[in-house]
Design a protein around this ligand. Structure first.
Ligand code: B12
Ligand code: SF4
Length: 450
């Protein structure tokens, strides 16, 4: 059978400005689920093409050559996924929807397709495509042994891609109130170090100049992480700069940091979230502000490129708290700042709480992208929070910071920082229709009455 799998992008993310932003931000990289499912189907004898809409418009005539079309969903891409699904069905195609959003809203997704797969789809995808599993909503059981899952097959991708994305574990041992991944991928499972190293070797041989480790928490099991590092070093397989998500407590273990660096794992994205203890406790972060600050400083001193992620809009954080956290990230010379706006994704405890409190402003899912305020914050208006997001980016990515980046990391990173400094200043002149619609929604919202 001929199968196409599409990873859609929302209207906002398909604008010229966003696509330009991606060029500056990082080399294009795909979501891996469709490439894993594609490999399973290809091994079963089907012909598979995978498309990423984030980087390039879909070649509709080619997609429509498929007999069955699979569509992946995140919450912010769900409306686009449904529009595509409706269109494909109007052309007589069989459509199957899966991924994050469809897994928590299967009834909504079902209205637009023939079948929905809830959760991890490896165990059922072949039977669904071949028509031996016919229920409208099918639950994929998580595979216990993730070594037995094939690696993402990048040769199936028909969109430009520069980095190999790779997940070496599923889920996270923690369970923060706003987190979707620890619920989607449950229970927490790890790939063996041998398989991880084999995969990285394979991506190298395929000519990738970069690998991003996309585990929610690559350092959750430090013994495993150290073993992976040692094996990569021994086999001379380290990439120059590999990105990964880690917990701030890696800094407690100097041997681990040293091994990570030698194995090329130099860019670490850490969810610092806030420098207000009340906020950390409220989201179940199980960390003290003192250790977050100390460890963040230590990581940068040890030469890691720290990508600091802080959440804007937590109930106990005021504007001053956010400003203090942003300035702390500046003071320790963090490599980058990611200030996602708190987003209550359906399926999380946070979503239920805010809905019960009547604080969800809209269920226009395309704005659930962590860059738009879609709830009433407690300590400021939605409009003020949206402005705070822009302020945080401008404050961190200042023109002055370019010289510090040049001194610390060199010319290539300084040029990238210049790109960011320009993007965060001029990016908001985007007058696309969805952005205008969003602005009028947010400007009308009143100060919270809670
Ligand atoms: C790599 C990644 C990216 C990459 C590439 C994504 C892309 N090209 O679209 C980049 C950096 C570009 C990115 C961007 C964004 N991302 Co992102 N991303 C990830 C990350 C870290 C890994 C994805 C991955 O490979 N997972 C591992 C594989 C195995 O899982 P999977 O792809 O979901 O596939 C499994 C199932 O979902 C299902 N499945 C998936 N697709 C399909 C399709 C069919 C037909 C079927 C049947 C089943 C199925 O089966 C698969 C196998 O089990 C995840 C976090 C995570 N741990 O997953 C966040 C994540 C998916 N991203 C997220 C978000 C919010 C975004 C952005 C909106 C962020 C932003 N502000 O720009 C954008 C949106 C991009 C877009 N397409 O419009 C959220 C989504 C939350 C939600 N509930 O919607 C996540 C979960 C991170 C988080 N904060 O929790 N992202
Ligand atoms: S530590 Fe990160 S990945 Fe783990 S539950 Fe919390 S937010 Fe999710």
């Amino acid at each position: 059978m001929k199968v196409a799998v599409v990873s859609p992008a929302s209207d906002l993310h398909r604008t010229v400005l966003y696509r330009l932003g991606h060029l500056i931000y990082e080399p294009s990289n795909p979501i891996t689920g469709p490439l894993i499912l594609g490999k399973i189907l290809a091994d079963a004898g089907h012909s598979v093409d995978v498309y990423e809409e984030l980087y390039r418009d879909l070649p509709m005539h080619k997609v429509l050559q498929a007999d069955v079309i699979g569509i992946s969903t995140m919450t912010s891409t769900a409306p686009r996924a449904y529009a595509l699904a409706d269109y494909f069905r109007s052309k007589g195609k069989r459509v199957i929807i899966g991924g994050f959003h469809a897994s928590v809203m299967p009834d909504e997704a079902k209205k637009h397709c023939d079948q929905v797969i809830v959760g991890e789809a490896e165990s059922v995808i072949t039977a669904v495509i071949e028509g031996t599993l016919t229920n409208p909503v099918i639950r994929g059981e998580p595979m216990a042994d993730i070594d037995s899952i094939p690696l993402p097959d990048f040769s199936l991708l028909r969109s430009p891609v520069k980095s190999a994305n790779f997940i070496t574990s599923r889920g996270c041992p923690n369970c923060c109130s706003f987190c979707t991944t620890s619920r989607m991928f449950h229970p927490y499972r790890e790939m063996s170090p041998e398989k991880v190293v084999e995969a990285i070797g394979r991506f190298r041989a395929q000519g990738f100049s970069r690998v991003n480790i996309q585990d929610d928490n690559f350092t959750a099991n430090k013994v495993r992480t150290k073993r992976i590092c040692r094996m990569l070093i021994d086999r001379n397989l380290a990439f120059r700069e590999t990105f990964f998500f880690g917990r701030i407590d890696v800094a407690d273990d100097k041997e681990l940091v040293d091994l990570l660096k030698r194995a090329g794992f130099r860019i670490i994205l850490v969810g610092m979230e806030s420098t207000n203890q009340k906020s950390l406790d409220a989201i179940d972060k199980k960390q003290s502000v003192g250790s977050v600050r100390e460890n963040a400083r230590r990581l940068t001193c040890l030469g890691m490129k720290l990508s600091a992620s802080i959440i804007l809009g937590l109930d106990d954080d005021t504007k001053e708290d956010v400003a203090r956290t942003v300035d702390f990230c500046r003071s320790i010379n963090a490599y980058s700042l990611q200030p996602p706006i708190l987003t209550p994704y359906p399926g999380t405890r946070l979503f239920e709480k805010l809905r019960n409190e009547g604080r969800i402003l809209t269920e226009a899912w395309e704005y659930y992208d962590m860059m738009h305020v879609i709830f009433r914050p407690r300590t400021m208006t939605p409009f003020e929070l949206q402005q705070l997001f822009k302020w945080a980016l401008r404050r961190f990515y200042s023109f002055g910071s370019i010289f510090r980046v040049l001194r610390t990391w060199g010319l290539a990173d300084a040029v990238k920082r210049l790109g960011f400094a320009l993007a965060v200043r001029f990016g908001s002149i985007d007058m696309s229709a969805p952005e205008r619609k969003y602005r009028s929604l947010i400007k009308q919202s009143k100060t919270p009455d809670i």
